[in-house]
Design a binder for this molecule. Structure first.
Ligand code: COA
Length: 262
């Protein structure tokens, strides 16, 4: 799985894959190569049946990512900017569409596209010193990789407007208080806490986790009636898996189920 990437690293710890953004001298700003490599790595870990949970983080202790590499902007035409936006949205959507849970371990600044990347993940754990924000407005643009859409769904319209229209950075604690991150931990504990969560998810029933993720994401943007119908169909389909038998048997015998994803 470890391809020779230039701007990211992919590491395996048991059945958990870590994708590490690796341009620390640029605070892990996302350039074209990094976006391509991220897309490739996401597809690769999704296809790997040995991977049960994915973590995305940044190299170093300064930044998860400070977003799109602004040095690319001066030459951009509107058509180039739209392509850039659509391509990025597609890559981040891979995270949402992925069959496995994805955690953002926010090790420092998560700004602009860096925040948008974290928003596409299923869980967000932040280091205490992390700062989050959508500062695009400060250079005269708006988020283009899903920020305006996912922020609203996660923190609500009013808070999303504050972040996007004022462009201010907020602390990890404040992010926790508005539900933008799920947990805040000292930087030294970030890996351990992330592994605890990843370990729990990796032990879960993979197909049920996949359906839960799909139903929740679908429900966040669909009419209730359609969401409820989908929920019934997916819940029913799970009765065709061996994992549901393992789960029920383990419950009856008061043992711990060993889910295998079949
Ligand atoms: N794209 C490209 N390079 C970036 C970058 C970005 N989004 N953000 C930071 N960098 C570069 C800086 O230019 C600097 O490079 P240099 O050492 O060659 O001069 C390096 O990363 C370190 O950044 P610096 O600004 O010196 O660090 P700081 O601690 O003073 O400030 C930030 C950190 C994150 C607050 C500040 O860099 C910033 O506001 N960055 C822009 C974030 C942003 O607007 N993102 C949305 C883009 S649409």
């Amino acid at each position: 799985m470890s391809k020779p990437y230039e701007t990211i690293k992919v590491e395996r710890e048991g059945n958990i894959a870590w994708i590490i953004l690796n341009r620390p001298h640029r605070l892990n700003a996302l350039n074209d190569v990094m976006m391509e490599e991220l897309g490739d790595a996401l597809a690769t870990v999704d296809d790997d049946p040995g991977v049960r949970c994915v973590v995305i983080t940044g190299e170093g202790d300064r930044a998860f990512s400070v977003g799109a590499d602004i040095t690319l902007f001066p030459k951009a035409t509107p058509v180039m900017a739209e392509t850039f936006s659509l391509k990025g949205q597609k890559i981040f959507s891979l995270i949402e569409e992925m069959s496995k849970p994805v955690i953002a371990a926010i090790n420092g600044y998560a700004l602009g596209g860096g925040l948008e990347l974290a928003l596409a993940c299923d869980f967000r754990i932040a280091a205490e010193h992390a700062e989050l924000g959508s500062p695009e407005i400060n250079i005269g643009i708006i988020p283009g990789w899903g920020g305006t859409q996912r922020l609203v769904r996660i923190v609500g319209l009013s808070r999303a407007k504050r972040l996007v229209m004022l462009g201010e950075r907020i602390s990890a604690e404040e992010a926790l208080s508005i539900g933008l991150v799920d947990k805040v931990v000292p930087f030294e504990k970030l890996r351990e806490e992330t592994m605890n969560l990843a370990g729990k998810l990796a032990e879960g029933p993979p197909i049920a986790l996949q359906y839960a993720k799909y139903a929740l994401n679908f429900g966040s943007q669909a009419p209730l009636e359609a969401g409820l119908r989908l929920e019934s169909a997916l819940m029913a389909l799970l009765f065709s898996t061996k994992d549901v038998k393992r789960g029920i048997e383990a419950f009856m015998s008061r043992s711990k189920p060993e889910f295998k994803g079949d």
